[in-house]
Design a protein around this ligand. Structure first.
Ligand code: MTE
Length: 321
């Protein structure tokens, strides 16, 4: 039997040990929380240098959100399906901006991490991302906690940005500098990589809001299962609420699955369908639609429908769970 899924794939909240790690510029920087600080500079009335106790004294928030890697920026249409659902704790960026008071000409927020290194033929680059000021102020949280514990070093300790409706690339780890600017930064990770042309558009745009997507997690890909009645289940997510998920077994029609509502947080939504599996090998696919009317494509893009293969054994016990 081949397993490709993590050992506890159907939990609502992904255990920290199972969260993927994506460091573009080498090993994580080792930051001393006692000397670490976050500067807020550029087009602000009041430049700031904030330490951790000061940030912890500001209003705090806690929410659950899908944390998804966009995939390899050099191969932006290839599905990687690295996705988790996490509880974050931190300070809304808006609370920090209120202290710094952006000037009227400020239009963009640049977020920079402490790491630097080589990537895609460029050397000595930092990890820099940017967002429009209004979107950043409405959405970004400066997080110090993941799933009720302090951030681990690989996930951005002591502080990272989290943009809950956006791909993980926007959630800058080891955050040390915020710049308010009139323009976008021209940089490897802002204008040269992590851009794409969306279906039906002609202009390339930065990789920000998540696509509509879904992943079958039960049964695991490559598993043997007992033939007969079986629950096919997984999670669906998008930058907006997912409104339906369909499941297809082999070449049968798409069937609507039961789907949980999203709630106030941009968390993932569980779907399930009970199905009578005849003995033999099967292909199972899932396809989500969101409230913006976006549907997962059948093939050819990073959020193409997810497909797993299982073998239904006559009269056996399950080999997975
Ligand atoms: N922030 C910094 N400073 N350096 C990085 O390499 N990688 C980004 C983002 N933030 C990155 C970063 C990418 S591509 C993703 S998908 C997420 O962090 C991954 O976060 P994780 O490693 O905590 O899962």
């Amino acid at each position: 039997m081949i397993r490709t899924d993590p050992p506890t794939p159907d939990l609502f909240r992904t255990p920290v040990e199972e969260v993927f790690i994506r460091n573009h510029l080498g090993p994580h920087p080792r930051l001393d929380p006692a000397s670490w600080s976050l500067t807020v500079e550029g087009l602000v009335e009041r430049p700031l240098r904030l330490d951790l106790p000061t940030l912890r004294g500001l209003p705090q928030t806690r929410f659950t959100a899908v944390h998804e890697c966009f995939g390899n920026p050099l191969h932006p249409t290839v599905p990687t399906r690295a996705v988790t659902n996490l509880e974050w704790a931190g300070v809304p960026l808006a609370a920090v901006l209120e202290l710094a008071r952006p000037r009227p000409e400020a239009r963009h927020v640049w977020l920079e991490g402490a790491d630097s290194g080589d990537f895609a033929g460029e050397s000595g680059v930092s990890y820099l991302k940017d967002l429009p000021l209004d979107e950043a102020a409405a959405e970004v949280v400066l997080a110090h906690g993941m799933n009720g514990e302090p951030l681990r070093p690989d996930h951005g300790y002591p502080l990272r940005a989290v943009a809950p409706r956006m791909f993980g690339t926007n959630s800058v780890k080891w955050l040390t500098r915020i710049v308010l600017a009139a323009d976008r930064p021209d940089h490897l990770f802002t204008t040269r990589l992590y851009t794409r042309v969306l279906p039906g558009e002609s202009e390339s745009r930065p990789v920000r809001e998540k696509d509509v997507n879904s992943k079958l997690l039960t049964p695991g890909d490559g598993c043997s299962v007992p033939a007969g009645s079986l629950e096919l289940a997984g999670y669906a997510w998008s930058s907006t609420e997912v409104t339906s998920v369909e499941v297809a077994v082999d070449d049968t029609d798409w069937q609507p699955a039961a789907l949980d509502r999203r709630g106030p947080d941009p968390a993932w939504q569980r779907f399930r369908l009970r199905y009578e599996l005849a003995p033999g090998p099967h292909r199972v696919r899932c396809r989500a639609t969101d409230s913006a009317g976006r549907v997962q494509p059948l093939a050819g893009d990073r959020n193409a429908v997810h497909e797993i293969h299982v073998v239904a054994e006559p009269g056996t016990r399950p080999t997975d769970r």
